[in-house]
Design a protein around this ligand. Sequence first.
Ligand SMILES: Nc1ncnc2c1ncn2[C@@H]1O[C@H](COP(=O)(O)OP(=O)(O)OP(=O)(O)O)[C@@H](O)[C@H]1O
Length: 275
Amino acid sequence: MQQDGRAQVPREGVSPAIRAVGLTKRYGDFTAVDRLDLVVQPGELFGFLGPNGSGKTTTIKMLTGLLEPNEGTAEVAGFDVWREPLAAKARFAYVPDEPNLFPKLTGREFLRFIGSVFRVPADVFERRSRDLLTLFDLTDSIDDRIETYSHGMRQKLAICAALVHDPEVIFLDEPTVGLDPRSARTLKTLLRRVCDSGATVFLTTHILEIAQQMCDRVGIIQQGKLIALGTLEELRERGGHAGASLEDIFLELTGGAESAELIEALAEGERSGGR
Ligand SMILES: Nc1ncnc2c1ncn2[C@@H]1O[C@H](COP(=O)(O)OP(=O)(O)OP(=O)(O)O)[C@@H](O)[C@H]1O
């Protein structure tokens, strides 16, 4: 993670890549995301972390126009996702954790479809898709139907489709799950390059080593509330833990210490034969 907080300084005249204000989602009486305020600047690689069920996917879905918030607003690249959906959606890509692709299309047909929706010029499309398919080792299977692809191949095709139209903002939900080590490394390198060239990445991951390595800044959500936000260095300073890993900080903030005590109690029970 970057240590200098550079990415947090708003640039004059440039809209934030992502802005959530008071974003809230309720399912009946249950509040899944509770008044989330968040700004991500262009060029940032932002990691959105949290325990299972803490509200990460719900947040991404509200930010990408898939789930209507009960309260609050979501903007991408300066456009309100709910009031100006076409302008906003032309500027971002979303790779869900379980990509729902068209199974009867071939990989090439699917990519062409995405290229045409986003009006990518033919020569740019050919070059970008060729490079992406080579990088993710999909060239040999690109004319097969998607229904024959493995989970990892579908994930990689969804990533290629997201990147082929050169979006300003890319949302990825657990992007490395299901990828082999080489593809995961390729993705990490590529996302870093994409951000260095000015685009913005918002990703969720449970692999905290990845977040620590890749992300400029992270936000940690628990029970729908943002409980921490900053660079690794800022989180360390706030917690008074010089040199702590992101995993240490995450576990402390989200109650890992209690789990350690419970594990100890369970192990003690095992040793004493459950008495
Ligand atoms: N359609 C729904 N109806 C009711 N509750 C829901 C619905 N979708 C999500 N939830 C609840 O909202 C909470 C947040 O879910 P969400 O999927 O956003 O969590 P997450 O942080 O992405 O979790 P994970 O890390 O396990 O993927 C959970 O308690 C979940 O049970």
